[in-house]
Write a protein that binds this ligand. Sequence first.
Ligand SMILES: *Cc1c(COP(=O)(O)O)cnc(C)c1O
Length: 392
Amino acid sequence: MNWFDNELRQLQQDSRERTIRSCRTLSGAAGYMEREARTLLNLSSNDYLGLSGHPDIIDAMRASLLADGAGAGASRLVTGSRPVYELLEQALAEWQGCEAALVFANGYMANAGTIGALAGRDGVVFSDKLNHASITDGIVFSRAEHARYRHNDMDHLRTLLTKYRDKQRKLIVTDAVFSMDGDQARLHELVELKREFGAMLMVDEAHSGGIYSSKGEGLCRQLGLHGEVDIHMGTFSKAFGVYGAYICGSRQLIRLLVNKSRPLIYSTALPPSVPAGIMKALGLVQSQHWRREKLLKASQFFRSALRNDGFQIGGENSPIVPLVVGDNGTALRFSAELETQGIGAVAIRPPTVPAGTARIRFSLSAAHSEQELESAALTIRKIGFRLGVISE
Ligand SMILES: *Cc1c(COP(=O)(O)O)cnc(C)c1O
């Protein structure tokens, strides 16, 4: 038993212990939450388009619950699949301009299950150092060689591609928008490198799906590169406001995953009400472009307001606005002070981010108004002065 105590004591000493706290959503007040009887402006949610409370999605899920029951009862390969998946996967493939699509229970399982199925012992996966943990875990599952390149460092990637030139299976994988930094992958260069070295390219659009391009297809489409990407991944838990994830690509890719992806094969399908909700959300994501425009405009405003105050703010052109303070304790104090001032924004610490780069990760939503963000920026500024994060 003793090693539990020792590990916990160490976590506590380093201000690295994490705890789970409950929040309530407030009906009719998208963009807010309630915590310990206090109403907070929610600046730490990934509900980017403000869809999680949308009545049409809720109605679709309610109707499916009544018709199809609470649980799927088995994995999709057994008896857990439902007709709604066929409709949804066809719509997803069309939306992404791919031959086929496959829905997974969540983004973690989509990444881990896809990389795990594709790479294999004789392969090598080239992965950005700041990629999401589910990508890293997928590489571990796959038993492939893990070639980590420095964040967005294309020269380093080229060196590694050269080193592993003779490997049969080469997969380059990247987040499109990096979840803790809010910056974008260098997709044009990644496409050039994958062509030059005969590698496959997989792009995780968890923080860009729904947010970029005229129908929310994501950053690859926005940049005109969607045809160059072999494996498109995205989640329905963020901009879509529901839960679940997709992989889109060739028919062969999807056939292979159905046969080899362990999280798909060995886990029960989502409750049928979830794909029913996603189906409705997909229509809204495609048709309500105003949500994207509002979100990106607000993000630009908020990012430059904090930058002008002298904060070290990461990222560009994305709703993820990280305010880097460095030290774990300061990040925790900053977050606690924000909460007393009516703002919910969590401190992100190592190992989620590199040591010495603890931060407050603000994430915005189309549900926020510019006045709300303006007043939040003023509050953040005051706390920044008080804690010595910025000076006059
Ligand atoms: C959130 C996230 C995931 C995991 O998605 P879930 O649906 O929440 O499991 C995968 N990749 C990235 C980049 C993410 O930010």
